[in-house]
Design a protein. Structure first.
Length: 281
């Protein structure tokens, strides 16, 4: 039986964790290091930090956050957003990241995947595919946090990514992301059945049953989620955040999220184990 990893995703804009719907309408939720430390203590298997405006502004500004977090958590950290070169990758790895996640730069220059895998090892190189379903049922890859159309077919791209030496894929359904409607099983199976490298799925988890369903339904290796964990965190903890930039209305209002049944990692892992899922200790 395959052992499933649980990977919280922390979308970062400036100094704060943010969350939106369809990767848009980002609302500030709190301090990245606080979230990361909490998830580590709860039993997360890895952490994904994603600078969600990095490609838009052609930079990655997560070095300080990575350094601060890597002092407190001792599980693999994956960092993505705005990484355009071997030097960019080297820089975030030196800051404390264990893996890097590529999307925009990889589509613009696929050979970057090969070069990075040869230099740092395939297990260090993760490629993200952000997909939007088109009329007729095909899926195309998008970049810049789901903003930019590429015209690239997701299946062909996933197979090319594996051929170039990437160690893992993160599949994000932009249509489902942040909605709490469950994972896009059609999109996930379209790719997972055609490649042999590990597949991490992201986008749409709204309750624990959604996680169990995709594990039972699809050949996935890891679950990457944000909303179900983040909103549980802010509901049960005192939240610290930087007020220098961002949309704070949600935090200040004290509102809850109606479509998402929040859960913490401890309880999610217990639920999955009770239903026969093999998990890391």
């Amino acid at each position: 039986m395959k052992t499933i990893r649980i990977v919280p995703r922390l979308d970062i804009k400036g100094p704060n964790v943010v969350k939106g719907i369809h990767l848009e309408g980002l609302r500030v939720l709190g301090s990245p290091s606080d979230f990361a430390k909490f998830y580590y203590k709860q039993g997360a298997d890895e952490i994904l930090f994603m600078d969600v405006v990095a490609s838009l502004y052609e930079r990655n500004s997560l070095h300080d956050i990575i350094e601060k977090s890597s002092d407190d958590i001792f599980i693999p950290i994956t960092v993505g957003g705005g990484l355009r070169s071997i030097e960019d990758i080297k820089s975030v790895l030196r800051s404390g990241a264990d893996k890097v996640c590529l999307n925009t730069a990889a589509i613009k220059n696929p050979e970057l995947i090969r070069s990075a895998a040869e230099k740092f090892g395939s297990s260090t190189i993760v490629v993200a595919i952000e997909a939007i379903r088109q009329d007729g049922g095909t899926y195309l890859a998008f970049t810049d946090n789901g903003r930019e159309y590429t015209g690239v077919n997701v299946v062909e791209w996933a197979q090319k990514v594996e051929e170039l030496g990437a160690g893992e894929l993160i599949l994000t359904s932009v249509d489902h992301e942040g909605t709490g409607l469950g994972f896009d099983k059609d999109f996930i199976n379209l790719i997972a059945d055609k490649i042999s490298i590990p597949v991490i799925v992201h986008g749409g988890a709204g309750k624990k049953e959604d996680v169990l369903e995709i594990i039972n339904f699809s050949p996935v290796d890891a679950i990457c989620a944000a909303a179900i964990f983040h909103y549980d965190f802010i509901k049960n903890n005192t939240v610290d955040f930087n007020q220098s930039e961002g949309n704070f209305d949600f935090l200040k209002s004290g509102r809850s999220v109606k479509k998402i049944e929040t859960i913490n990692i401890v309880d999610l892992k217990s639920y999955l184990a009770e239903n026969g899922v093999s998990l890391r200790n």
